[in-house]
Design a protein. Structure first.
Length: 202
């Protein structure tokens, strides 16, 4: 199994790829790079951002390495938003713990309102950081996080959100990209005639 990673400059920023080649690989010839790879697994979460608070006006779609953002007055695409513009987002993918245990999840937003987010892990709605969810090592479970940062003049358009987890009594930490999968795989990718292994930007 061969790994290829392109890491972001900051953990909270979106990144182009972290890809892992899985399945069969058959490279022949001295430095020819000729061969085939069975599949490519994509790390991170699929992120869909929207103007407003109703998920109806798309802003940008991308893959995020984690959910740990403080955009201030900017929007996720780097543009300067209206000072009181609303923003909503949905992250979907798979969560893969490296260790078995009882996990807690915590979502922190600039509004501090529990009603501003909705988190499902393995089909279970997470309502607070005190809730416990038993997870198995290396078993992928579905994850979906929805967030609404409604337009209010008191917060002047500030946008921030963070997703953390903790196993047992350990301290909370931001969920790292190594534990996320988009659920997207690329199959039947042929690599021909190059010493450099080039992968597509998804």
């Amino acid at each position: 199994m061969i790994s290829c990673a392109f890491w972001p400059a900051r953990p909270s920023r979106p990144f182009l790829q972290r890809l892992q080649f899985v399945g069969t690989s058959d490279f022949s010839g001295a430095g020819s790079g000729a061969g085939a790879i069975g599949a490519i697994r994509q790390y991170g979460l699929k992120a869909d951002y929207y103007h407003g608070s109703d998920f109806n006006s798309p802003l940008v779609s991308r893959v995020d390495s984690s959910v740990d953002f403080d955009w201030g007055y900017l929007l996720p695409d780097g543009s300067l938003g209206d000072a009181t513009s609303g923003l909503s987002a949905r992250w979907t993918g798979e969560l893969v713990p490296s260790e078995q245990g009882d996990y807690h999840f915590r979502v922190t937003t600039d509004s501090g309102l529990p009603s501003s987010w909705e988190l499902f892990v393995d089909g279970v709605r997470i309502n607070s950081s005190s809730q416990v969810l038993a997870l198995k090592a290396d078993r992928a479970v579905d994850l979906e996080l929805s967030w609404v940062d409604a337009s209010t003049s008191s917060r002047s358009g500030h946008h921030s959100i963070r997703l953390e987890w903790a196993r047992g009594n350990q301290p909370f930490e931001v969920v790292d990209v190594s534990h996320f999968r988009t659920g997207t795989t690329i199959t039947s990718l042929d690599i021909l005639g190059s010493q450099d292994l080039l992968v597509p930007v998804l």
